[in-house]
Design a protein around this ligand. Structure first.
Ligand code: SF4
Length: 355
């Protein structure tokens, strides 16, 4: 096994590390050494002393879901009185508010609702695009696979129709850990790793950019975290379609999964190894939604160059009892206090003029 010093100098020289080396860093690296290496790599990729963020809102069009993932506190079964499908009025009001707050996009996501057909999703996109000048970042791979099943279309044809109706990019939700052994325990009814990757591959082939995520801190092992990163890196080598990687920690409250919450140190270790391993993904996003503002600030010294969304509204993590809020002014203050220039960006990491 190579010494950690050898690994750090390999990274410094711009050489790629392999899975075994990444696992060695994740297991044995000193926290501050990992921070130093990740921060240097981040500076190499983003020499400007700038941290980006996006102003948007999560809109969950339904919470009814047939998947029943063990880790999810958000979904409701069909027939549950707390189940909903968003009304046009509520959708309109949420988008108008987002635009009035300088928002540039919405994140549109929902459960796998057995009562909605493919036309519902196409209608949703067309309604938004014909009424509002806003980018739609929407429908994670499980939702797209579900729509393909409902409609009988191939994944590529499903994506083509969604793009035609106004879909602008895809979030990396539903990845959790891309190892089927883990998925079979957490979400046996949900789609397998290869299917998640295949939706992303096909989206990238259609020039639809996407993000990649990882939810960790539950039943996975360190080896499985690295396997997840490897699958993302391999696909990025193939397509180049991922704009960013967003690792975040599982929030156990109100879920059926009884595990201890990952610590901030565990989060920062995974964040920095992600920066070091994913040498082909430009942006690493910190998760203030799960970590809070102080750790989000620390993340900027552990490889993250982006703080993600101000999230005018967020429901999924909030359902698990975690609801940090971060208005735009607070986001700006937090970035400035960490010694960086805050810059608003769009979904493709273009800076928003006049900000
Ligand atoms: S994580 Fe998504 S797919 Fe799983 S139960 Fe929750 S809403 Fe449904």
């Amino acid at each position: 096994m190579k010494s950690l010093e050898t690994l750090y100098s390999k990274i410094k020289n711009g050489e790629r590390i392999n899975s075994e080396e990444a696992l060695n860093l994740l297991t044995h690296g000193e926290l501050l050494d990992l921070a130093d290496a990740a921060n240097q790599m981040r500076k190499k990729l983003h020499p400007e002393p700038m941290v980006t963020y996006v102003v948007d809102r999560n809109i969950n069009y339904t919470n009814i879901c047939s998947s029943g993932c063990l880790f999810c506190a958000f979904y409701r079964d069909s027939g549950n009185p707390k189940g909903y499908v968003i009304s046009e009025e509520s959708l309109k009001q949420k988008i108008e508010e987002t635009l009035s707050l300088g928002g540039t996009q919405i994140l549109l996501q929902g459960g796998l609702h057995p009562g909605l057909d493919f036309d519902y999703y196409l209608g949703l996109l067309s309604y938004i695009k014909s009424n509002f000048p806003i980018h739609i970042h929407g429908f994670s791979p499980p939702e797209i696979l579900f729509m393909a099943e409902q409609s009988g279309l191939s994944v590529t044809d499903t994506l083509k129709k969604l793009i035609e109706a106004g879909l602008g990019s895809i979030p990396g939700g539903g990845a959790e850990i891309l190892v089927d052994e883990v998925r079979m325990q957490l979400s046996p009814k949900k789609y397998r790793s290869e299917q998640w990757l295949d939706v992303m591959r096909k989206a990238h082939q259609l020039n639809l950019r996407t993000t990649a995520t990882m939810m960790f801190g539950h039943i996975e092992t360190k080896e499985q975290i690295i396997q997840h990163l490897m699958k993302i890196r391999d696909l990025q080598d193939e397509t180049g379609g991922f704009t960013a990687f967003i690792p975040w920690t599982f929030q156990p409250d109100h879920t059926r999964l009884n595990v201890k919450k990952a610590t901030a140190v565990e989060y920062l270790r995974v964040l920095s190894v992600s920066r070091l391993f994913l040498d082909n993904i430009d942006n690493i996003q910190a998760s203030w939604v799960t970590q809070g503002d102080k750790i989000a600030q620390a993340s900027l010294f552990f490889g993250a160059n982006d703080l993600g969304s101000t999230m005018i509204e967020e429901n999924v993590v909030a359902a698990a009892g975690v609801s940090f809020r971060l208005p735009k002014e607070e986001m700006i203050r937090l970035i400035e206090n960490a010694g960086y220039q805050p810059r608003q960006r769009d979904c493709f990491y273009n800076l928003v003029e006049g900000e």
